[in-house]
Design a protein around this ligand. Structure first.
Ligand SMILES: Cc1cc2nc3c(=O)[nH]c(=O)nc-3n(C[C@H](O)[C@H](O)[C@H](O)COP(=O)(O)O)c2cc1C
Length: 720
């Protein structure tokens, strides 16, 4: 049987028209028809763009969210809408006050069903010294608070410390007993539900998986029953001890693929196998299923799967310098043309059709981002509920704002992954949200007052200078506190470097949405915005504000080389015009701006060399370590040569000479040099304001990245 799908159909793709095909498993077979349409000769960039073409038309707002806000049944509970907070470790867990507030805030923001991650020491046979003792965690108080807000609370039971193949039969039974007794304890503390995490690298997955499970007993890979037995017996045990009304949800990989040794997926779990597991779990008493992607190599993509879509023009990057063909990999079943948004929708539907319990999917399930797509997905029975974390962390009031139609007030997730085990310049853990400065800070030392800033201390006139992300965030917070705030921007538009960043990063990071949100916040919070107004010290003094927050941006450094007939030297800002850029480009600088520019130019068919003054491991500094994990291998695999610890010695006529780290000079062909060195601080204006209360935020204080500019703006406005 052959299936003919036109290129246009393919672009509309897996999300809409191909639903029926996905269900019958045929969509992967569209590849030959698609290939037939390819011209015989293509430029490299055409070929690259054809591999996983993206369609950004999926973001229609044309919906009333009536399906997203329809109720559904989870065990004995009626849950008010389809947006569920999924468990997320490492974004909580400093002190009991934080635990209580952090989750309570999601309930206040309108989330009904909240799952908390496995972070307490609950396993008797296998205790943990790393986790807080169970009696130090105020479970009962938390459950009471969530119930008082008419919400429901569940706890995820998980562990990655075991692998089925290494466990004795006694280990298996003792760990099952631990899961069951933990559920009994949590029920005694007032919780409504537990989730068994049997996905990713968690122990349950090592039983489900034919790749990992080599046991020869009744928990081995010989049959679906045996593979599922570890989990089904836990579900049965919990139901026996806690009663049928205590909800048990199972989290499992719904489709697996070896993303490291691509193509070597013969033992990976297929969607068809997942349907069999789903039936067994339902028969054992599970109330719901939480379905997730199951890559074998990149753990991060087991949940932040949209990283396969990060970087300009490298959609499908697998983090090892190669690229998926989404029309064939993952059984051709992922919604792979929307930058990772809703990528599991069609697969969840397949499992949902195999069982009668509710099925939810996770990763970039974000109805504020793609309103109609997700409302239709619920209406069309693709899934029953959406498990969500990062968009709710960016905007804890997400659900209430969505319900009230205040979409333009929802802070969007920009998919940067600073929030998950990221590291700062010194290699210290840096786990923060780029958008919501309060996430992973509130109730800790730096923000003891919690996410809501304290009210103004008396009346103050605050002047913010600079309309980039740091200035916009500072103005927003200062105005929220009740100060009289005016923001001045010398250009005719707001955003600072954000529009530029958006242009060279592409749409994946949602920076246009972030800017739109920040602009709208100026209106919502009552900031007076003046654009097209250059501000100097005399102007500021004449205005006589009580507080000045300078967010004027950093200074661009220059190499001091002149252009020659064969080699044009461009400043970073000039490099936005592709028509001034030749084929052989040398970018000087190793920061994230330099690397984003390199990626952008490669996608446009240029050859790029990077000359960085920094060591190799500092390349792309300022970028989150997870984004780097995906973009850098692709940079190298597309031929970029990095010269670390190097400098530009000379610009010739059609060449440049690099002073390499060995001390030797190397001359290469080059028709364009782009100066992308680190920015320099820019404090001249501050120094001219002697005697005034002045703060510098963002690049003018310490040039780094978007997250740090927003953070500085927020924290500074909190302390004035
Ligand atoms: C900081 C962080 C920690 C996480 N920890 C867990 C965890 O402990 N257990 C789990 O099942 N998922 C965890 N996740 C994954 C989330 O539950 C969710 O699957 C993922 O963020 C994708 O959903 P999103 O696109 O709505 O953020 C974590 C995610 C983040 C960002």
């Amino acid at each position: 049987m052959s299936v003919i799908i036109t290129r246009r159909d393919f672009l509309k793709g897996t999300a809409a028209g191909a639903m029926g095909l996905a269900v019958t498993g045929l969509i992967g077979k569209n590849a030959p028809a698609y290939a037939e349409e390819a011209p015989a000769v293509m430029s490299p960039q055409e070929a690259i763009a054809r591999l996983n073409p993206q369609d950004y038309d999926y973001r229609s707002k044309d919906t009333d969210f009536s399906h997203v806000f329809s109720p559904w049944k989870l065990g004995p509970f009626e849950i008010k809408h389809r947006m569920v907070k999924s468990a997320a470790g490492s974004d909580t867990g400093r002190n009991p006050e934080e635990w209580l507030h952090y989750y309570e805030d999601f309930a206040k923001g309108g989330v009904d069903m909240i799952w908390i991650e496995d972070f307490a020491d609950l396993y008797n046979n296998f205790p943990s010294t790393r986790k807080p003792a169970r009696d130090t965690v105020p479970f009962q108080e938390l459950a009471d608070r969530i119930h008082a807000l008419d919400g429901h609370l569940g706890y995820q039971l998980s562990t990655m410390s075991f692998n089925s193949k290494d466990m004795t039969l006694d280990d298996v039974h003792m760990l099952q007993e631990d899961f069951i007794n933990a559920a009994v304890y949590l029920q005694s503390q007032g919780l409504d539900a537990v989730e068994i995490n049997a996905a990713g690298n968690n122990v349950g997955q090592t039983f489900f998986s034919r790749l990992r499970n080599t046991r020869e007993d009744e928990y081995g890979p010989q049959s679906f029953e045996n593979r599922a037995r570890f989990v089904t017996e836990i579900v049965q045990g919990i139901k026996e001890k806690c009663g049928k009304d205590f909800v048990v949800q199972v989290l499992m990989n719904v489709i697996e693929e070896d993303d490291q040794n691509m193509g070597d997926s013969s033992l990976a779990t297929t969607v068809e196998e997942s349907c069999e597991f789903a039936k067994l779990l339902e028969a054992a008493g599970a109330d719901s299923l939480h379905l997730r992607l199951g890559p074998i190599g990149r753990h991060i993509c087991q949940f932040a799967s949209e990283l396969y879509f990060t970087g300009y023009g490298i959609e499908g990057t697998n983090g090892y310098g190669a690229q998926f063909d989404f029309s064939r990999h993952w059984q051709g079943k992922l919604v792979a043309n929307h930058s990772g948004c809703g990528l599991l929708l069609n697969i969840v539907q397949e499992v949902k059709q195999a069982v009668s319990i509710p099925c939810g999917g996770v990763t970039y399930m974000d109805p504020a981002h793609a309103p109609k797509m997700f409302d239709d997905a619920i209406a069309d029975g693709k899934l029953d509920f959406m498990m969500m974390t990062r968009s709710l962390c960016c905007e804890p009031e997400y659900v209430n704002k969505l319900r009230e139609g205040r979409l333009d007030e929802i802070a969007p997730c920009t998919r940067c992954l600073h929030c998950h085990f990221d590291y700062d310049e010194e290699g210290k853990t840096y786990e923060h949200c780029r958008v919501n400065v309060a996430t992973q800070r509130a109730w800790r030392e730096v923000m003891p007052e919690g996410p809501i800033p304290l009210p103004a201390e008396g009346e103050k006139k605050v002047m913010v200078v600079g309309g980039g992300p740091g200035g916009l965030e500072a103005a927003r917070i200062a105005a929220e506190r009740g100060y009289d705030v005016t923001l001045y921007e010398k250009k005719g538009f707001l955003g600072g470097l954000l529009p530029f960043a958006s242009a060279i990063k592409g749409p994946h990071e949602n920076l246009d949405d972030f800017l739109a949100y920040l602009k709208r916040q100026q209106e919502v919070k009552g900031v007076k915005v003046v654009t097209g107004q250059e501000v100097d010290a005399d102007f500021i003094k004449a205005e006589a504000p009580d507080v000045v927050i300078l967010a004027v941006g950093g200074l661009r450094d220059t190499l001091g080389f002149e252009s020659t007939p064969g080699t044009t030297v461009l400043s970073f800002d000039e490099a936005i015009s592709l028509d001034r850029i030749g084929q052989e480009v040398t970018i000087v600088g190793g920061n994230c701006q330099a690397v984003d520019m390199a990626q952008y130019l490669i996608a446009h068919g240029k050859h790029v060399t990077i000359v960085s003054p920094d060591p190799k491991d500092k390349l792309d500094k300022g970028q989150s370590s997870w984004v780097k994990t995906f973009t850098l291998p692709m940079l190298y695999s597309r031929g970029t040569r990095l010269w670390p610890n190097a400098s530009l010695a000379a610009v010739g006529d059609g060449t440049v000479t690099i002073k390499s780290e060995t001390g030797l000079d190397v001359t290469i062909a080059c028709d364009t040099v782009i100066e992308a060195m680190d920015m320099l601080p820019n404090k001249a204006l501050a120094e001219a304001l002697d005697g005034m209360e002045v703060y510098c935020v963002g690049d003018c204080e310490k040039p780094w990245n978007i997250a740090e500019a927003v953070t500085a703006g927020n924290l500074t406005a909190r302390k004035i």
